[in-house]
Design a protein around this ligand. Structure first.
Ligand SMILES: Cc1cc2nc3c(=O)[nH]c(=O)nc-3n(C[C@H](O)[C@H](O)[C@H](O)COP(=O)(O)O)c2cc1C
Length: 422
């Protein structure tokens, strides 16, 4: 083991202690290899939780999985070179077997390094490998062609995906992208991107954050809020590429919006949008988004979790077993530590009575407590018992008006948008 607690910044801008990055763990066999990916057994990707750097880590995903058996979970983006140059790949790629169905998102723009990284990802038994073509961040987009900037070079995206497919052992390769980049924001541009990538690579599923990305002038947060959402462009894609699958991402907040989106009538009587991906809402209010998902979205007879009290203790038994899994030092340093393992719980009572008081109590408890179970024991009394024991809410499953105006929106016509919108 090297390092003396110095902080290094990884390619994707994450700040990590050097000793954690370089910890010698090559001998660890990925436990998730035990259960090989078997895509045909997986539920359809009707709902997924979006990749979110610094948020959708293995711990958050475990919490999500306890709430929904069927929702697909995406890793944070992992840069291909991070996988190639770190011996402790478990830190980036390991997941408990119960986290299937799970997709690993890769970042990169070199077909060969992406293919090399894919070899390792495939070893861990992921169910899908996704290429990031939507990330707006300067620290990534500025470092050459990467993230959303990749949309400007569809031939390169196709080459990357083909190289990844060559090494993926049959695991499907998918693409997550925007609807446009900078002034390349016509439907024709998006259409051409999908056409080239689907023709020149084995990709058949595109997850589309339905707003364009401005590489200069907007920060990442603004790039997720300011450019307008154009969900209807996904329906147009389905009309124009009925053999491909399109998942809708951006601004979806609830399960009833999800169900409504899945039922949007598509032109040509095709089978509609393949799935809905939710990001921020699934993190900031996980119980509302995921607690009822198995029943509401997949029509299961029941959801895995009856109430949040049981859920929190179930998560705590996972979390306490993870303390120090990556690194333990004599001076008491542990990675992950209790604070990192408690972070995914902080949105569990968003908007509920005394939710803020509970978060404050957790913050205080974190200063002294040694386990997530202890934190819960000391703080849950702050919340009313009826909130702790309340089941996931039942929501209507009929198409409603939750995504306002969408059904009235004219679909873009390829020829017209080419003239007026490019
Ligand atoms: C903090 C944060 C980190 C993100 N990291 C990634 C990422 O690593 N890869 C990616 O493709 N998108 C990333 N995104 C974008 C989300 O996946 C998603 O496309 C976006 O938030 C829109 O969905 P939403 O409105 O449901 O949140 C990130 C978003 C947030 C808020």
């Amino acid at each position: 083991m090297q390092g003396g607690g110095t902080v290094v910044v990884t390619e994707h801008g994450k700040r990590l202690r050097k000793d954690v990055v370089t910890v010698e763990a090559a001998s660890i066999v990925p436990e998730s290899r035990v259960e090989e990916s078997s895509i045909e057994k997986m539920p359809p990707q009707k709902l997924s939780v979006a990749p979110m750097m610094d948020y959708t880590d293995v711990h958050y995903r475990q919490l999500a999985r306890l709430m929904s058996k069927n929702t697909w979970l995406y890793t944070e983006m992992v840069v291909d070179k991070t996988i190639l140059y770190n011996t402790n790949r478990d830190k980036f790629l390991w997941f408990p077997p119960e986290q299937h169905p799970i997709s690993c998102q890769l970042g990169g723009s070199d077909p060969e390094t992406l293919a090399e990284a894919t070899k390792y990802v495939a070893e861990y038994g992921y169910d899908e490998i996704n290429l990031n073509c939507g990330c707006p961040s300067d620290r990534v987009a500025g470092a050459g062609c990467f993230g959303a900037a990749m949309m400007l070079q569809p031939e390169l995206v196709a080459a990357c995906c083909s190289a990844m497919a060559r090494e993926s052992k049959g695991i499907p390769i998918t693409v997550k992208c925007r609807i446009g980049v900078d002034d390349q924001d016509s439907y024709k541009f998006l259409h051409r991107f999908v056409q080239i990538v689907s023709k020149e690579s084995p990709v058949t599923h595109f997850i589309i954050h339905a707003r364009k990305c401005l590489l200069k002038g907007l920060n990442p947060h603004q790039n997720r809020t300011i450019p307008p959402l154009k969900y209807e462009w996904l329906l147009a894609l389905k009309r124009d590429f009925p053999h491909l699958q399109f998942s809708l991402n951006g601004g979806v907040l609830t399960l009833d919006e999800t169900v409504a989106a899945l039922q949007f009538p598509c032109p040509n009587e095709t089978d509609g949008i393949h799935g809905v991906m939710i990001g921020r809402a699934a993190y900031s209010n996980p119980w509302r988004v995921l607690g009822g998902a198995d029943v509401d979205v997949w029509g299961e007879p029941s959801n895995p979790c009856k109430n949040r009290k049981d859920l929190l203790y179930e998560y705590a038994s996972y979390a306490d077993g993870m303390i120090g899994k990556w690194c333990r030092k004599e001076d008491g340093f542990k990675s992950p530590n209790v604070r990192v393992l408690t972070k995914p719980l902080l949105g569990m009572f968003t908007g509920e009575p005394r939710g803020k008081k509970w978060r404050a109590a957790v913050d205080t408890a974190l200063k002294t407590d040694e386990s997530v179970t202890e934190i819960l024991d000391k703080t849950l009394h702050v919340l009313p018992e009826d909130i702790l024991l309340k089941g996931p809410g039942k929501v209507p499953t009929a198409v409603d008006t939750k995504i306002p105006g969408l059904l009235a929106m004219p679909l873009p016509d390829l020829e017209k948008t080419a003239e007026t919108n490019s």
